[in-house]
Design a protein around this ligand. Structure first.
Ligand SMILES: Nc1nc2c(ncn2[C@@H]2O[C@H](COP(=O)(O)OP(=O)(O)OP(=O)(O)O)[C@@H](O)[C@H]2O)c(=O)[nH]1
Ligand SMILES: [Mg+2]
Ligand SMILES: [Zn+2]
Length: 356
């Protein structure tokens, strides 16, 4: 049997510090490899084993995002002869990948936790979309992990099409590494392989049918994940239904994901305007143009709230969403600006060297 050490599963000082408080006595630490309803597949020093959440934990956790998700570290009690372990605590996440749950709420759906790199997969063949790519980048940066971009199905397009897509990415000031591959010709696969480091966790995201599971199967060298041949482009249905952490030969960990058709990162085009057109219409009548609708005099939104012309919960959601949105957009814009400035600095430094 394969030997597991905590370090090889991504354990680090961040978790070690929490362990003293969260996980005393006989309990073990382990990492969540998959979640099947109320059952967890964990991996720790004793290998893979099944576990459930303690009743107390179920009772006390208030939102779905507090429940363990793939990639989480947990504190678990596992008597040797019991089939199931019992999970008592979830460690604070070092990074997370989450999206806004559907509907008029600010609930988040966890996609994965403690991921080092997120690989955004888009197929060159009728899937490439710059706006969607940018929304993924915002989501990933917000969660604290590092994005990588991967264009797939290069066998179905000409090299000009691929070159044009890469140019579009660069023209949009996206500086993250861009790789490309074909699962059919295998071109680019070795290069992708060489980017994986032992002990690091990589999560694949992207629309359904772009080839995420096929890539992971190639990396493992075996069909550990289901993929489906419906048409060569694979559009139209989801094959992967659960998130799963898979260990690669070289010690890296990869997480497969079901394709995401739509997901919410708050942005102008993501439905705030449609859902809150009533509030936005009022906002245009506020005394101050930069009114935050929280305490300003002459705020038309607050006036309407006082007269019960808008629903208090609807208003609260709007404020929360907008704060999130500003945070997302600002942090992203600022980061890009810094990156650009740094890029210019490097360029001019290089030029100076050349000129000398
Ligand atoms: N031509 C071509 N087909 C590919 C390539 N990669 C994957 N496919 C095919 O595309 C289809 C979908 O691949 P999957 O790996 O299941 O896609 P997925 O991203 O995991 O999809 P979901 O699990 O639904 O999110 C399958 O029929 C694959 O054989 C590629 O590089 N070129
Ligand atoms: Mg899949
Ligand atoms: Zn106002």
């Amino acid at each position: 049997m394969k030997e597991f050490t905590l370090d090889s599963l991504g354990w680090c000082g961040w978790f070690e510090q929490q362990a003293k408080k969260l996980c005393e006595g006989e309990k073990l630490v382990a990492r969540v490899a998959a979640v099947d309803r109320d059952q967890l597949l964990l991996v720790g020093e004793i290998g893979f084993f099944r576990a459930k959440l303690s009743g107390k934990y179920m009772y006390e956790s208030e939102s779905a995002s507090e429940r363990p998700c793939v990639g989480d570290w947990v504190c678990v009690e596992k008597p040797e002869f019991d089939q199931f372990g019992v999970v008592h605590k979830v460690f604070e996440r070092r990074t997370c990948l989450r999206r806004k749950a559907a509907g008029d709420s600010v609930e988040f759906q966890m996609i994965a936790a403690n991921v080092d790199f997120v690989i955004i997969v888009q197929s060159c063949y009728y899937d490439f979309n710059l706006k969607r790519l940018e929304r993924y980048l915002v989501m990933i940066e917000e969660g604290g992990s590092t994005p990588l971009i991967l264009l797939t199905k290069t066998d179905l397009v000409t090299s000009e099409v691929l070159a044009d897509q890469i140019e579009q990415i660069r023209n949009a000031d996206i500086t993250e590494p861009v790789g490309s591959l074909s699962n059919v010709t295998k071109e680019g696969l070795d290069e992708l392989k060489s980017t994986f480091s032992p002990g690091k966790t990589y999560c694949f995201v992207g629309s359904s049918g772009v080839g995420k599971s096929t890539i992971i199967n190639s990396l493992v060298g075996r069909n550990v994940l289901e993929t489906k041949v419906v048409s060569s482009t694979g559009e139209g249905r989801h094959t992967t239904v659960r998130r799963e952490l898979v260990l690669l030969e070289n010690g890296a960990m990869v997480i497969d994901n079901p394709g995401m058709r739509e997901f919410g990162v708050f942005g102008a085009e993501d439905g705030i305007e449609a859902s809150y057109s009533d509030i936005l219409a009022l906002a245009s009548q506020c005394r101050f143009r930069n009114c935050t609708h929280s305490n300003e005099p002459g705020c038309a939104v607050l006036n309407a709230l006082e007269r019960s012309e808008i629903d208090a919960e609807h208003y609260d959601n709007f404020i929360k969403l907008r704060q999130e949105s500003e945070h997302y957009l600002l942090s992203n814009a600022e980061k890009r600006k810094k990156d650009r400035e740094f890029g210019r600095f490097i360029k001019s430094a290089k030029k100076e060297l050349e000129d000398e």
